[in-house]
Ligand binder design. Structure first.
Ligand SMILES: [Fe+2]
Length: 253
């Protein structure tokens, strides 16, 4: 496919509309994968049902988690009790507090967000593309970045088990980042700290210059490459009605 055709396909709301209407999963999956490959995410403004969103998720890879993201005191308490450690800045999916820029667990290649109900005031999803880090840091700095380890947690029998992953690695055809400030390991050399600070400054700079902010409407969807883009959310009200379904999608089986 040449670049003109790719552009047409990427920007064709009509093509997506038709694929959704005809429930043409093959066509829709190919449009989504193409868009994610080029720009790291796709925002589908065409309305779809929750069931169809889940069906697409299953088509894109192995669905590892499906979470109702909303302010919910009971789920918040349960999540806190399951934790292996409690960092002061570690956010909780079910809390109204802000969540700063991070990746979800690194085994999730893609994340799907589907809006059941949006916050009355904002509730936008914010994203940053980390692909340009390759030009921002030197070869030597990138190799130091690769040596920095970040924890990630998975639930086993209702309790967290801690694993670790590299903050940065080079994938087959793009960068692979895994970052969550609250999961950074404490033991870090002066060299690593210096490069980590440069990486964190790059996040700040990208946030100032190239912030992607999308306020999903009811029935809208985002699929995003979790290893390329960081995501975040600002604080919402304690009584917010915001309800997002989040799919954590691993590699295809
Ligand atoms: Fe997240």
């Amino acid at each position: 496919m040449n670049s003109i055709e790719t552009n047409i396909k990427l920007h064709s709301v009509e093509a997506i509309e038709t694929a959704i209407r005809e429930e043409n999963l093959t066509e829709l999956t190919s449009i989504i994968q193409e868009a994610i490959k080029v720009k790291g995410y796709i925002h589908i403004t065409n309305q779809m049902s929750t069931e169809f969103f889940e069906t697409i998720g299953n088509q894109l890879g192995k669905v590892l988690t499906m979470t109702d993201v909303k302010v919910d005191k009971i789920s918040e308490k349960k999540a806190i009790n399951a934790r292996a450690y409690r960092g002061k800045d570690r956010p909780i999916t079910y809390s109204a507090k802000e969540i700063s820029f991070h990746s979800d667990s690194p085994i999730q290649k893609l994340i799907g967000f589907y809006c059941i109900e949006q916050d009355e005031i904002d509730g936008s999803l914010m994203m940053l593309d980390m692909e340009p880090i390759m030009e921002h840091l030197s070869e030597e700095e990138l190799s130091i970045l690769k040596s920095i380890k970040v924890n990630w947690a998975n639930l086993e029998d209702g309790k967290e088990v801690i694993n670790e992953a590299c903050l940065f690695s080079e994938g087959r055809d793009n960068v692979e980042v895994y970052y969550a400030s609250w999961h950074l390991q404490q033991k870090i050399s002066a060299n690593q700290q210096e490069v980590l600070t440069r990486f964190q400054n790059f996040i700040k700079q990208t946030q100032e210059q190239q912030l992607l902010k999308i306020r999903l409407k009811k029935g809208e969807t985002i699929f995003v490459n979790n290893r390329r883009m960081l995501h975040a959310r600002e604080k919402i009200a304690d009584n917010s009605k915001r309800h997002i379904i989040r799919l954590g999608i691993g590699s295809a089986v």
